[in-house]
Write a protein that binds this ligand. Structure first.
Ligand SMILES: *Cc1c(COP(=O)(O)O)cnc(C)c1O
Length: 383
């Protein structure tokens, strides 16, 4: 009998490799917090906010407890609520629409572009008309920079301006990416991101941040972050949350931000190599002109007629994990199916949810492992 050794499993996202690289620097950073004991609003929080402002080019950065809180806090600060419509793509993680619905406003779901997976501006325009038809006031649009690639911010911003809406960029997957030469965090009124461990810039728990050039909005967000605090702790001028980022997470992020540029370059090298190795057998991701991606996911589309579950199982048998982002667009989820969708429906979101699949992607995927993934994908598809 042939004895095939079980192939060493590939990591979908290798947090352990990054942990090894960070080594003592992150241990020391956490130890400093353990020594000073300012677990809430310690000096690292302010330091991180300054470093993130510097990195992104945004004037004000307000860190917070998660990417979902980042979205929610902005909508709360802007007084978005019942009777308002907020336009969101349907092909995204549910948190985008969830934050809207939690305020009492109505998420109106719009379609995405088939090449970039990001918000389709024509569907956005139809969605605004749909919102009005429902008697809702279109207040905001939340473009998502899906899988790490910036959305078409100029086109979306122009529509928002014409319609008197503000733009809240959901850059939870794409902090570090740029659009027309400028880093995300500087488009629209305000940008939200997440530091969930698996995001390109992740901490060792939950975390998030909000970026804006609007000083007044930043001040309101700082108040919402601590229960709507006014001039002192027991003066509550508005509703808020326990929305802070822990000092320990800030300390971790300060260290991770130091290697982030290098990791972005490494992710791009992996993506380039995948594209060269796979471009003629599957639809590889398209990065639109003027945009960059930091490859939160490397999401391919399988040829028509491929059995996706079978494809995933065959790769898994070779130790190669895959994931499906997203098997169902938001408008087909139980909690969201009663919310309006843009006129004309969302055929692209529905089609993508049936044929996308994401391959292992992280900054520590060496060339030999990339080749293993490429060879396995090619092999399964030609079998
Ligand atoms: C991860 C994610 C969020 C939410 O971030 P959390 O930190 O997990 O709350 C929001 N939007 C998108 C597009 C995401 O991918």
């Amino acid at each position: 009998m042939n004895q095939h050794p079980r192939p060493e499993p590939v990591a979908f996202i290798d947090l352990a490799a990054q942990r090894r690289r960070l080594g003592k620097s992150v241990d020391d950073a956490v130890s400093r917090v353990l020594a000073h004991c300012q677990f809430i609003n310690g000096p690292e929080v302010t330091q991180l906010e300054a470093a993130l402002a510097d990195f992104s080019g945004a004037k004000h950065v307000v860190t917070c407890a998660s990417g979902t809180d980042a979205l929610l806090m902005v909508l709360m600060a802007k007084g978005v609520g019942r009777g308002d419509a907020v336009l969101c793509p349907s092909f995204t993680f549910c948190a985008t629409g969830e934050a809207v619905a939690l305020t009492g406003a109505t998420p109106v779901l719009v379609d995405v572009d088939e090449a970039t997976f990001n918000m389709d501006v024509n569907s956005l325009k139809r969605g605004i008309a749909t919102a009005r038809k429902y008697g809702l006031t279109p207040r905001a649009v939340i473009p998502v920079d899906l899988f790490g690639q910036s959305a078409d911010h100029d086109a979306i911003g122009a529509v928002a301006e014409t319609e008197g809406m503000f733009v809240l960029d959901d850059a939870a997957q794409a902090f570090g990416a740029s659009y027309r030469g400028r880093r995300l965090g500087t488009f629209g009124l305000v940008t939200a991101t997440s530091f969930f461990p698996a995001k390109p810039l992740g901490c060792f728990g939950d975390g998030g941040a909000i970026f804006t050039d609007d000083a007044k909005l930043a001040e309101t967000l700082r108040s919402i972050r601590v229960h709507g605090q006014g001039s002192d702790k027991y003066d509550n001028v508005r509703l808020g949350l326990t929305g802070r980022l822990d000092t320990i997470q800030a300390a971790v992020l300060i260290e991770k931000l130091k290697i982030f540029e290098d990791e972005i370059a490494a992710r791009n090298a992996v993506a380039d190599r995948y594209a060269r190795g796979l471009g003629n057998v599957v639809t590889v991701p398209h990065v639109a002109s003027g945009c960059t991606s930091i490859w939160a996911q490397y999401t391919i589309r399988l040829p028509r007629g491929t059995d996706r579950d079978g494809f995933a199982a065959a790769l898994k048998a070779q130790g190669i994990p895959t994931a499906i982002y997203y098997p169902r667009p938001i408008h087909q989820q139980t909690a969201y199916r009663d919310f309006p969708v843009a006129d004309g429906g969302l055929p692209v979101s529905e089609k993508l949810s049936e044929d996308v699949i994401s391959l292992p992607m992280h900054a520590y995927l060496d060339e030999a492992t990339q080749d293993r993934v490429i060879k396995a994908v090619r092999g399964v598809l030609s079998a």
